[in-house]
Design a protein around this ligand. Structure first.
Ligand SMILES: Cc1cc2nc3c(=O)[nH]c(=O)nc-3n(C[C@H](O)[C@H](O)[C@H](O)COP(=O)(O)OP(=O)(O)OC[C@H]3O[C@@H](n4cnc5c(N)ncnc54)[C@H](O)[C@@H]3O)c2cc1C
Length: 232
């Protein structure tokens, strides 16, 4: 669909791979019940999110950049390999996975399409609209893909409703791409900054609370409350 309206998803050349698993496990890592970002000294990181119910937890395990040589095999990464990588990152703590409720391997890069509809100029109203991952992708660290995609859908949804029922002029439809493209760019900028900070080693921070301060300062962005559209 995107290609047929002449749009492309531009950005990072290479993807970054993540092994994700919801597990029951034995571990001596003391903060296993807390949301945390774990950065190893030898490279690699884990985003840990305790799951509802107090038993399972989700780990996003950094599997590194997907080089052309790794591309063919990366999706076949087994859960045992993800567990091994998690143990390397957690060292000197250990993790023994006892049950895997769900797991997946996925690849993603920072990419954005230049316009979310089929019109380059204001010569006519757009007739085709794209939304969600078809328009913007980013790393697992911000975890905003679904949220921002649903907001795209809400934006175009109410506008189509108003135009089709005669309550708004057709020109309203061109504000969809204009508004949401900026938000998608903001998301990618935010995610780049956030993932760069999360990849830093503790000694590289000027202040030990730098990551926490950034998280608190920007908390409204991932919550969706910082979205503001320019008047048109
Ligand atoms: C492991 C993982 C964890 C994630 N965690 C989070 C999170 O915590 N928070 C968050 O906000 N986001 C998260 N995301 C991202 C989120 O899932 C996506 O951003 C979101 O699903 C995008 O929605 P979408 O409707 O644009 O695309 P999709 O959900 O991919 O839907 C596209 C649909 O189109 C169908 N399709 C494709 N091609 C065709 C075709 N030619 N004809 C007909 N149908 C077709 C597909 O089968 C699919 O059903 C996560 C993603 C992954 C992989």
């Amino acid at each position: 669909m995107r290609a047929s309206i002449g749009r492309s998803l531009d950005g990072d050349q290479a993807n970054h791979a993540w092994g994700v698993m919801d597990v029951l496990a034995r571990t001596d890592f003391p903060d296993i019940r807390l949301k945390c970002a774990i950065q190893s000294h030898s490279g690699g990181s884990i985003l840990l999110i305790p799951r509802e119910g107090g038993h399972l937890f989700r780990m996003y395990v950094d599997l590194g950049e997907v080089t052309p040589e790794r591309k063919a095999r990366i999706r076949e990464t087994t859960v045992e390999e993800i567990e091994q990588k998690a143990n390397e990152i957690l060292h000197p703590y250990t993790l023994e996975v006892r049950h895997v409720a769900w797991h997946s391997v996925y690849e993603v890069g920072h990419r954005l399409t230049e316009k979310f509809d089929d019109v380059d100029d204001a010569s006519r109203s757009p007739r085709v609209f794209i939304a969600g991952d078809a328009c913007h992708t980013h790393s697992a660290k911000a975890g905003q893909g679904m949220n921002v995609s649903m907001q795209d859908g809400f934006n175009i949804g109410w506008k189509l409703g108003h135009v089709l029922t005669g309550r708004s002029p057709e020109q309203l439809l061109s504000t969809y791409s204009a508004e949401r493209q900026v938000i998608a760019q903001n998301l990618i900028d935010f995610d780049r900054e956030w993932s760069t900070m999360m990849a830093k080693k503790p000694e590289e921070f000027d202040d030990p609370s730098e990551l926490e301060d950034f998280y608190v300062k920007t908390a409204e962005f991932p919550a969706g409350f910082m979205t503001q559209y320019e008047p048109r």
